[in-house]
Design a protein around this ligand. Structure first.
Ligand code: ATP
Ligand code: MG
Length: 254
């Protein structure tokens, strides 16, 4: 395995040690049983520092969605260690897990998963309402977040009235609105044109990524690789290499 010299412990370029946002060691995950058994993760080792944007790349079916689902506590791993800001979801009750995830994790699903009967602003407001914020204040913040992703004028639209790229931006706004410490995105630019994809990446990197937060992005989109701090290549349920864009001869995007 090729490992970047810029390891999680010394990532910020000033020599000071950053905290770990995500720690995975020998993580395995199998779906199904018997003849239908599929091994999706075969022993994943991956550390992501606070302040870091980690991209996960690799062929279809290699385990990317499975890995981020385990990291985000949506899916239970079979074995290995996995902590998020030092917390192990496997040791928590279902309600404690839901509460921690609600406050600390924002997730952009590959299939967007918007609620069809809610407007764009209401969809974005859902995480805030789950955290106890009143409806009108939450929807107001939802509308403001939509403005940041360039959809301010469409806040009253239902998902079915929006294009794929617009729905994707609603899903991104929903993942950011409660300012979670860990933001996990599954193909966030897949339905976006080049310019909108760069706008969203700049938003994610400059607005959402702070020193005490981390961003994990699954992507096939080589046009956004330059936004990463490091890029982990997965294949067949394993991390094959972790490199910086510079090490991969990719220009850094701003
Ligand atoms: N619910 C499930 N039941 C059974 N097998 C599954 C399930 N979800 C995923 N798999 C299998 O696990 C493996 C990893 O799937 P995963 O969705 O993590 O891949 P991926 O890298 O995200 O692929 P893509 O780029 O196509 O989204 C695949 O072989 C897939 O068929
Ligand atoms: Mg996937």
């Amino acid at each position: 395995m090729v490992t970047s010299s810029a390891t999680a412990g010394t990532m910020n370029g000033q020599g000071a040690t950053r905290k770990l946002a995500v720690h995975c060691k020998s993580v395995t995950k199998t779906y199904g049983a018997g003849g239908a058994k599929v091994t999706a993760l075969r022993g994943i080792d991956l550390d992501i520092a606070t302040g870091e944007l980690m991209m996960l790349v690799g062929p279809s079916g290699c385990g990317k969605t499975t890995l981020i689902s385990v990291i985000a506590g949506i899916l239970d791993r079979d074995a290995g260690e996995c902590t998020v800001f030092g917390v192990d979801f496997n040791t928590m009750s279902a309600s404690a897990k839901t509460k921690f995830r609600g406050s600390n994790v924002g997730f952009v699903f590959q299939a967007f998963n918007l609620i069809p009967t809610l407007t764009a602003a209401e969809n974005v407001a859902v995480p805030l309402m789950i955290l106890g914020e009143g409806r009108s204040a939450a929807v107001k913040k939802g509308k403001e977040m939509l403005e940041k992703v360039g959809l301010g004028e469409r806040y009253k639209s239902l998902p079915s009235q929006l294009s794929g790229g617009q729905q994707q931006r609603v899903a991104i706004a929903r993942a950011l609105v409660h300012e979670p410490r860990l933001i996990v995105c599954d193909e966030p630019t897949s339905a976006l044109d080049h310019e909108t994809g760069h706008v969203i990446m700049r938003l994610l990197k400059n607005v959402a990524l702070k020193d005490d937060r981390a961003l994990v992005i699954v992507t096939h989109d080589a046009r956004i690789f330059g936004f990463a701090d490091r890029i982990a290549k997965l294949d067949d349920g394993e991390v094959k290499s972790i490199q910086t864009p510079e090490e991969m001869n990719i220009g850094v995007a701003k």
